[in-house]
Write a protein that binds this ligand. Structure first.
Ligand code: RAM
Length: 546
């Protein structure tokens, strides 16, 4: 081999090897990514056949103005020329995530030209009845599940490469030769999930509505459980820390695939940034990588809470010990942003990090982040206790005490009994909730704060299911069991009444078209953070199953 050639090969190897080994704050970082890959679940597959053909009909009463009305079974669809039918919508009977395929067979003549179809999938009826263009949404138009496909030969089996999620599928004929004819002889869906176990049924005393909510929550979680805990199988199809936290809670009481939680914890740890902070979201393909620079403060801290929950559920100290340095490092976020006065430096935090909490315009998050920090500190201390590592975080109890005192002094209005957040003294549900979860308010104070905020007409309401989860938890923590049950039943029950097969990313009983992305078809209608009713229903049977 020529000398230059050898040098060239060596150089190439050096570049590719160093390129593929990410810089990592933790010496074990790359090993954690490898570990997470070993824990990747094999997906269960299930072949789903449609239940019939439907037509989308405008209806004032229906969710977003459209309902799916059954028009026929599949027999005549499969037997009749598709050139005559031109456009049909099949109903798979429920929401599924996976791959679609169809068999196409000739009726007469020889296939002398390709056939072109447009295939559109929808999670909800309106998605198949609302024109996508001109596209008005903030997120990529490509999330919408419409594809133009060309089939070169008939007979053949066509499989759509893109994984899709939904219940309804429209097939339209865009182009075919007049010299031969064909029919679609079968359509099917290869549905995938990493949820396997069948959870036990609820107690016979549980109401019909609670049972329905429980089933749909589980379905939502099941669809989001793929090779990671995805946030939504239609969109964004990736692992977000906040969604994972809630999914792992619901998983504990249902499918109990703890290996999936373990995989996600290793993956996030291995992909943390060059300062050791867990990033808000990571992707699996083409190789595991993080959303660069996406520092989302509440999510980094919720990593610790997920790890603590994982340890308590599984007793797997090996994993918890492995990942302990990551949890410990996240606490430095709190140390950096909490001033000597023991209040979070909200302006700085808000400028340098994304504080999420909820999709809610105008929400002041000062109280929220102070409360969440205290919550994460307490959870991390418990994690340390389980691992006999309290001495490594011995500062926690005193810090929490001081943060509580500072928070009450700055934000608690004794006369109204509510927390006021920010310079404008904003009153929101989120602020009361996080101060309760962080332990700043006693049960009596917390109860009063929630009772009062629920009476206050000007208080900023929760925006979406993610915030509703924490709201329900706060109600339970302060002993407002009836209110917790009512809220869960009204909010998620509202989606059931509107025909949800899986629970939605955003929901407002007064606005079907609400969208954080300014175009409701791009909302996710099977969304991880909406799956937690099953967690509450099963964890607190005395509240929800009576
Ligand atoms: C959206 C997704 C996801 C959430 C983030 C913050 O993109 O809905 O679930 O965690 O926002």
């Amino acid at each position: 081999m020529k000398k230059e050639r050898i040098v060239y090969i060596l150089l190439f190897l050096l570049v590719t090897l160093t390129g593929s080994i990410a810089q990592n704050y933790y010496p074990e970082g790359n090993g954690w990514i490898t570990r997470s890959e070993q824990l990747k679940p094999k997906l269960n597959e299930d072949i789903i056949k449609p239940i019939g053909l439907v037509q989308m009909q405008a209806s004032k009463e229906a969710f977003q103005g459209w309902e799916a009305v059954e028009i026929s079974d599949l027999d005549s669809f499969y037997k009749t020329s598709f050139r005559q039918q031109k456009s049909i919508i099949v109903d798979f009977g429920d929401h599924y995530t996976g791959h679609f395929s169809m068999d196409i067979k000739p009726i007469f003549g020889t296939c002398d030209a390709p056939v072109r179809f447009k295939i559109t999938f929808g999670e909800v009826p309106a998605e198949l009845a609302t024109p996508f263009d001109p596209y008005k949404g903030d997120l990529s138009r490509a999330w919408l599940q419409d594809e133009v496909v060309t089939v070169m030969h008939i007979p053949s089996t066509f499989t759509l490469e893109r994984r899709i999620a939904g219940r309804y599928m429209k097939i339209e004929l865009l182009g075919a030769s007049q010299y031969f004819d064909f029919r679609i002889s079968e359509v099917r869906f290869n549905a995938t999930t990493s949820a396997q176990k069948v959870p036990e049924g609820l107690s016979a005393t549980a109401s019909k509505k609670i049972k329905a909510i429980d089933v749909i929550s589980q379905k939502t979680l099941k669809e989001c459980m793929q090779t990671v805990y995805e946030d939504g199988p239609k969109r964004d199809r990736r692992l977000w820390v906040g969604d994972m936290y809630l999914e792992s809670l619901a998983n504990q009481y249902t499918f109990q695939n703890h290996q999936l939680t373990q995989r996600c914890l290793y993956l996030l740890a291995g992909l943390s940034d060059d300062e050791g902070f867990v990033l808000g979201t990571v992707f699996e393909t083409p190789e595991p990588h993080a959303q660069a620079g996406q520092r989302l403060m509440d999510y980094s801290l919720l990593y610790n809470c997920t790890l603590k929950e994982y340890l308590l559920t599984t007793g797997d100290k090996e994993t918890a010990n492995d990942l302990w340095p990551v949890a410990k490092r996240q606490l430095d976020i709190i140390r950096e942003y909490v001033s000597d006065l023991r209040m979070v430096d909200y302006e700085k935090a808000n400028k340098e990090w994304w504080l999420f909490f909820d999709w809610k315009d105008g929400l002041n998050k000062e109280a929220g982040i102070q409360g969440l920090m205290m919550f994460a500190l307490n959870e991390t201390y418990e994690l340390a206790r389980q691992l006999s590592k309290q001495d490594e975080v011995s500062f926690i109890p005193a810090l929490v005490k001081k943060m509580k005192k500072a928070a009450l002094k700055k934000m608690y209005n004794k006369s109204t009994g509510m927390i006021e957040s920010g310079v404008d003294k904003q009153i929101s549900y989120a602020s009361q909730v996080w101060m309760i979860l962080g332990g700043a308010l006693s049960d009596t104070q917390g109860k009063k704060a929630l009772e009062n905020v629920m009476k206050s007409e000007d208080a900023l309401f929760p925006g979406g299911p993610y915030m509703y989860h924490y709201f329900i938890q706060a109600l339970i923590n302060v002993g407002m069991d009836n209110e917790a049950k009512k809220l869960l039943t009204d909010f998620w029950g509202g989606m059931v009444e509107k025909g949800a097969d899986t629970f939605w990313e955003v929901y407002s009983s007064t606005d079907d078209f609400l969208s954080p992305y300014h175009f409701y078809p791009v909302n996710s209608y099977c969304h991880a953070w909406s799956c937690t009713p099953t967690y509450f229903i099963r964890k607190y049977p005395e509240i929800f199953q009576k």
